[in-house]
Design a protein. Structure first.
Length: 51
């Protein structure tokens, strides 16, 4: 499952906290479909630009 992960380090450079967000798949807003593409069965990712 795709996730966004954020790591917090302490003064010695070691990881002291991990925060993860796991969004639910959703369809793009109306009129924005051309800016996205399906990424497997998990959801959408932003497109690579105009073709």
């Amino acid at each position: 499952m795709p996730a966004f992960s954020f790591f917090t380090g302490d003064d010695t450079g070691r990881i002291s906290a991990i925060t993860e967000f796991r969004p639910e798949p959703y369809d793009p807003p109306a009129g924005r479909e051309h800016l996205t593409e399906r990424y497997g069965r998990q959801g959408w990712v932003t497109g690579g630009g105009a073709e």
